[in-house]
Design a protein around this ligand. Structure first.
Ligand code: PLP
Length: 503
């Protein structure tokens, strides 16, 4: 494809993408293809001769879109939003055009420097304490990762390294030191809660450390509290285990609960005082709800200023902040914790800027070597929307969640809210026909409601289990979701629930 061909193909593709967005509501939300559908439609080998763009583009509508579940559809109420916006798409376009493996500063200075700057912008916008800024007092800073899972793994690697550095005596000979490290590793435990996203457990599995999920309860809105953490820490100590990492969550996956940062701080202070050797590294997973921190009222309500004693914080702009996948923004209080754990010199990567210690080389803040120019799309989004535009979007979609929850609350004959509304998420189930309905009967009715709603094709909700109760999660964060879509969803829930109760 030459420049002329690219221009024509690009214009035609952009037109098609705009048309897709303008009419996305006419499609069914969830793909209905059968497993293996695509193999039947495509040849078994790559073509011998190149094909014209027109033929390739036609296959998008004919063969690819049938197999797409439309995450940007206004009726997408499942999981969490996976946001995008036109400025973000433009960022991806430029990023593709400027493609490179920009692992060191010299590999493209703008890639590194823009990332540092926009993550400082973002940290300020989210109200993060100064220690997470690259210009802050503790030489912290932000780095873009592919996902919150990658971020928690990176944080846990650094936490493990820091803990061993601080607790294994430095004066041992090499073999004795290796033995001491091996023994300690067998006792080290990463803590989370039963509501923490599975990525923390996965990180512990990858790193070969123990993992303990501390039970959290409905009476605490499924959040981790100080007393519950203190009991878990004491239990670990009694069993000779060494907690080195805690995942605290701002917006858990099932219910969007926010762990009690003040309680966590005080429980940890009683265990190993902050700043002492062997302190527990606290990583805040704000993958989804962290986006709402662009609103000052959410900063106050969640107590985000309290995380200044914690070690790392991560949020996904690609969930609820209008930036398409992937843009997981990981902040650390002291960049040296990452660098000490992840920097390995290899002659081929040596260069004057790195060797002179003048620059940030983000390969030392992450697991892979190569990296894309992801900060461009963040820059475009922050500049195009501005703080006020992002706040307006978060407030609008949060309000849709509050509206939905208030309508649900007004129908106690049909529904019962289990949690929320919290960050545009309401978790609810069917009311029983009578007080004598068993858990199994109510679960079966709620499951039937969920399946019938999804069967309409016009919306998609997902479910969870809370203390054995089957519950529907209704999320209203998608950019194209408007009040009329949430009203339609509620009406469909009511009509369907009435049918279920009658039958
Ligand atoms: N943490 C939380 C709280 C989540 O809700 C999710 C996904 O929904 C994740 C982590 C995992 O996100 P990612 O897909 O970026 O790894």
């Amino acid at each position: 494809m030459d420049s002329k061909g690219f221009r024509e193909a690009a214009i035609s593709s952009i037109d098609e993408i705009i048309n897709y967005y303008d009419n996305i509501g006419d499609r069914d939300v969830v793909s209905t293809v059968e497993p293996g559908y695509l193999r039947k439609l495509l040849p078994s080998e790559a073509p011998e001769a190149g094909e014209p763009w027109g033929d390739i583009q036609r296959d998008i509508e004919a063969k690819i879109l049938p197999g797409i579940t439309h995450w940007q559809h206004p009726g997408f109420h499942a999981f969490f939003p996976c946001a995008t916006s036109y400025p973000s798409i433009l960022g991806e376009l430029y990023s593709s055009a400027l493609s490179g493996a920009c692992f060191n500063w010299i590999c493209s200075p703008a890639v590194t420097e823009l990332e540092t700057i926009v993550l400082d912008w973002l940290a300020k916008l989210l109200g993060l304490p100064e220690c997470f800024l690259s210009t802050g007092p503790t030489r912290g800073g932000g780095v873009i990762q592919g996902s919150a899972s990658e971020a928690v793994l990176t944080a846990m690697v650094a936490a493990r390294d820091k803990y061993l550095r601080e607790t294994v005596p430095a004066d041992l000979d090499e073999e004795a030191r290796e033995d001491a490290i091996a023994h300690k590793r067998s006792r080290m435990v990463a803590l989370a809660t039963t509501m923490t996203h599975s990525s923390t457990k996965k990180a512990a599995i990858i790193l070969g450390t123990r993992f303990k999920a501390v039970p959290v309860h409905a009476k605490d809105s499924y959040a981790l509290t100080g007393p519950v953490l203190a009991a878990a820490l004491a239990d670990c100590r009694a069993r000779g285990l060494e907690p080195f990492f805690l995942a605290a969550t701002l917006g858990t996956t099932d219910t969007c609960a926010v762990d009690d940062f003040a309680g966590i701080t005080s429980a940890l202070a009683d265990f190993v005082p902050a700043g002492s050797p062997g302190e527990v590294w606290v990583h805040v997973d704000a993958a989804y709800a962290g986006a709402a921190l662009v609103c000052p009222e959410v900063q106050t309500a969640t107590g985000i200023n309290l995380v200044s004693g914690f070690h790392s914080f991560d949020m996904n702009m690609h969930k609820w902040l209008l930036t398409n996948f992937d843009a997981s923004c990981l902040f650390v209080r002291d960049r040296n914790w990452f660098i000490q754990a992840l920097s390995i010199n290899q002659a081929v990567y040596s260069n004057a800027a790195t060797d002179g210690g003048l620059v940030t080389d983000y390969r030392e803040w992450q697991i892979p070597l190569g990296r894309r120019f992801r900060s461009l799309k963040i820059w475009f989004v922050l500049r195009s929307y501005g703080a006020s535009g992002l706040q307006a979007y978060i407030r609008r979609t949060t309000q849709l969640g509050e509206d939905f929850a208030s309508w649900v609350r007004d129908r106690p004959d049909l529904f019962e809210i289990l949690t929320g509304p919290s960050f545009a998420l309401t978790v609810f189930r069917m009311a029983g026909r009578t007080e004598d309905d068993t858990l199994e009967q109510r679960n079966a009715m709620t499951k039937a409601l969920c399946e019938k709603i999804n069967g309409t094709g016009k919306m998609w909700v997902t479910s969870t289990l809370l203390d054995g109760k089957f519950a529907i999660r209704m999320m209203t964060g998608v950019r194209l979701t408007e009040k009329e879509h949430v009203e339609l969803a509620f009406k469909t829930f009511v009509d369907t629930a009435e049918d279920i109760l009658k039958s």
